[in-house]
Design a protein around this ligand. Sequence first.
Ligand code: SF4
Length: 233
Amino acid sequence: MTTILDKLDLETKADAIVERIHGYLDAGKRVFTTSSFQSQSLPLLHMISRVDRDIPVFYTNTGFLFPDTIRFAEQVAAQLNLRVIGLRPEVTKIRQMDAAGRFLYASDPDHCCYLNKVAPLEPILIEYDVWINGVRADQSDVRSQLHEEEAAPHDCLRYHPMLGWDSRMVYYYRQQHDLPAHPLEEKGYMSIGCEPCTIRFSGDGNQRNSRWFGMNKTECGLNTTLVAGEKSA
Ligand code: SF4
């Protein structure tokens, strides 16, 4: 059960994030956010909806997402009245195959992620000043190294308001605000990305272990390549 203290503490934290985003806008910054539209994405999207529903919410529609995720994005957009925009890769799928005729996610997932997730975001970084990004430090070692503000390429600033939140806080905030869950959660998927690179959560360890299972890969590049100074995913 959520205690009164938890509720007050969460709302205070959320209010501070809302104020910070207002501050960027008041300073004339062009602000956008990205979302993977998982259940854990909902608190930040809810806070953004409290600030300005015109802030664009981009998601990388790689062509490999679960249909459930796209439907969930549409549901959340309608429920929170958000401006949700899918970004598509420029390179067609027929050109995303290796010499053996396999999709790159099987043979070169880093390059697949670059073409489908990282490259489509580059023009957005050029156009905007602040990227509100919902990474949390408890999700991975890479993310735990990030700071609340971090430089991104093209003079864009990354703002990571959820860095200090954990899964328990996310759960309570979703409960308090009656925010929906991704439909695949009830089928055992707890960290959900592209369909070929996501498996059901085994219940052991970090939920993100169900992404790129069996591969030496933990990030798609949005939080490595698109951090200024870093070079590869
Ligand atoms: S998550 Fe998998 S399918 Fe999606 S872009 Fe990355 S390698 Fe390709």
